[in-house]
Design a binder for this molecule. Sequence first.
Ligand code: AR6
Length: 169
Amino acid sequence: MTRVSLVRGDITEQQVDAVVNAANSSLLGGGGVDGAIHRRGGPEILAECRALRASRYGKGLPTGQAVATTAGRLPARWVVHTVGPVWSREEDRSGLLASCYRESLRLAGELGARTVAFPAISTGVYGWPMADGARIAIETVRETETAVEEIRFVLFDEPAYEAFAAQVG
Ligand code: AR6
């Protein structure tokens, strides 16, 4: 049985097997969760990201996909980098957002992770409305078969926590 839990806090402080990063296609860092992970995790993470860009992902990591690196100095074993879609009013990109959760969970499971921490992907710089982002996150992880035992959503502020709590019921 997989347990879905919610905590309010900073994802870089979570003691889990895998931490999911809300990255961008370049894999070379940015603000928000991405900036915090690289800052706290140290240069080993960026070194592996650069190696990925020099090999499998010459054009960058496509939106909706996931790839793993070391977690460097974070209290975790792996960082799973995924690229959320930028919110659009004109186009429904929710399939891509669901894919981020599904692919990250699949990869974490393949690595042997038993605990995985997710941020609210795309709900920061990428502008996805929090309530809808929370709905997609919870629905998707509930629908995905996995050997991961705990899926922990780490919400940065109270409104984000409340939005996820409303979905978990
Ligand atoms: N721990 C947990 N949640 C956090 C943290 C943290 N330390 N910091 C921010 N959040 P964002 P995106 C929340 O912008 O929307 C970067 O520049 C935040 O409040 O990190 O997917 C990347 O390089 C929000 O609810 O990710 C990309 O270019 C959620 O995490 C771009 O931002 C996601 O916000 C990706 O944008």
